[in-house]
Structures are given as C-alpha cells and as structure tokens.
Design a binder for this molecule. Structure first.
Ligand SMILES: [Zn+2]
Length: 236
C-alpha cells in the first residue's frame, strides 16, 4: 500500500473512532432525555392524582351537606307528622319522609364509595411519591454520570483530533480536500475495500473496471470508485 493510501486509511480509522465517540455521547444524551421525560410524566401523574383526590373530597363534602340538609328536613317532617290533621295529610308527609330517607341512603352509599376511592388514591399517591423521590435521586446520579462520561469522551475526541491533524499533515492537499468532501457526503466511510476476487467495490457493491483494478494493484495513485467515488484499497 502506498504511503498516501496508508495515511488515508489511518485517517479513516481515527475518524471512525471520533464518530464512535460522538455516537456514544448522543446515546448518553438520548438516555438522559428519556429518563427526564419519564420523571416528568411521573410528576404529572402525581399532580393529576392530587387534583382528583381534591375533587373527590369536595364531592364528598357536598354529599355530606345534602345529607345534613335532608336530615333537617326529615326532623321537620316528623314534627309535622305529629300535627297532621287528616289521614291524607299524614300519608303525604309520611311519603315525603320515606323519599328523603331513600335519598339519604343513596347519598350514604355514594359517600362510602367516595371514601373508598379516596383511600385507594391516597395509597397510590404515597407510593408514587416514594417512587418519584427514588427516581429523582437516580436521575441526579445518572445526570452526574453522563456529565462525567461526556468529559471523558470529549478528552478522547480531543486526542483523536490531534492524531487527525498529525496524519493530515502527510496527505497531499488535493487528496485531502477530496477526502473531506467525500467524508461530508457519506457522513464518514470514505474508504472502500476492493474485493479482488469478485472485482467489486465493497462500498457500493458495484464492479470496478479491469483498468482501475490494475491501477490499484500498481499502487502508485489514489483510485476512486467510478460508481460511489469512495477511495479504493486492497487490505493488507
Ligand atoms: Zn464504490
């Protein structure tokens, strides 16, 4: 392999490492974002539950007021019952008492149902609060870890970049320019292996001409794939 091609291969390898570092950082950021979102959703669920408990307690208060008001009515009606002048009046009042009592019985059932619901929700709320607290502690730890890891990865990237600068000094300006343009176009992966047996470029899996194969074998020049423009090489 000629010196220029060797340098380009080295350059590609270091650039691949930089790319891996960047992918690693992106994965860490994505994981952090996911955890933050989960924590936010958790908090939101807790707020919703809190509001629902408040609403149900208000409803319970309203039912209790209705219950008291009905009981006061029943007391009045019972008094009226003792003063009823006719059988007809007695029956009418008695019927109203029965109606109010039935209403109260339904109200009491509703209140009991609400109390059960509130108790269950308060249990859930306590469990959610504990979970949230643990989750927030874990999130803080993870945030610290991501910050630490990112610094370590940045240091590695910085090192690789120094190596890149060093390698690039040995590459002809024109070739380097082409490499950079291709790097941008492909988002990396500028170098492609030539499969001598099949006569294809492994970057695009398309055939390489006999003439180009001979030029690559002669190893005097940088040869680009006619199909995908990648720089072809034969692995050593
Ligand atoms: Zn190709």
């Amino acid at each position: 392999m000629n010196e220029q091609l060797r340098c380009l291969r080295n350059l590609q390898q270091v650039n691949d490492k930089i790319r891996e570092c960047e992918d690693e950082k992106a994965a860490l950021r994505a994981a952090l974002e996911k955890r933050r979102l989960e924590s936010e959703q958790h908090r939101h669920r807790l707020e919703e539950l809190h509001q629902k408990i408040i609403d149900e307690k208000k409803q319970e208060d309203r039912y209790n007021l209705d219950l008291k008001s009905n009981e006061a009515d029943i007391s009045k009606l019972l008094l009226q019952l003792t003063q009823a002048g006719t059988n007809e009046a007695y029956s009418r009042i008695d019927k109203r008492i029965e109606e109010e009592k039935a209403q109260n019985s339904a109200l009491e059932d509703s209140i009991l149902k609400l109390m059960d619901e509130i108790e269950a929700m308060e249990g859930e709320q306590a469990a959610l609060k504990d979970e949230l607290q643990t989750g927030q502690k874990e999130l803080a730890d993870f945030e610290a870890k991501v910050a630490r890891d990112s610094i370590a990865i940045d240091a590695r990237i910085h090192e690789h970049q120094s190596t890149v600068a060093e390698i690039e000094k040995s590459i002809e300006t024109e070739v380097l320019g082409k490499y950079h343009r291709l790097f941008e176009r492909f988002g990396g992966g500028v170098m492609a292996e030539l499969d001598m047996g099949a006569g294809i470029c492994l970057g695009c899996n398309l055939p390489v001409t006999k003439q180009d194969m001979n030029l690559i074998l002669a190893d005097n020049d940088i040869i680009f794939c006619k199909s995908c423009s990648r720089i072809l090489y034969i692995p050593e």
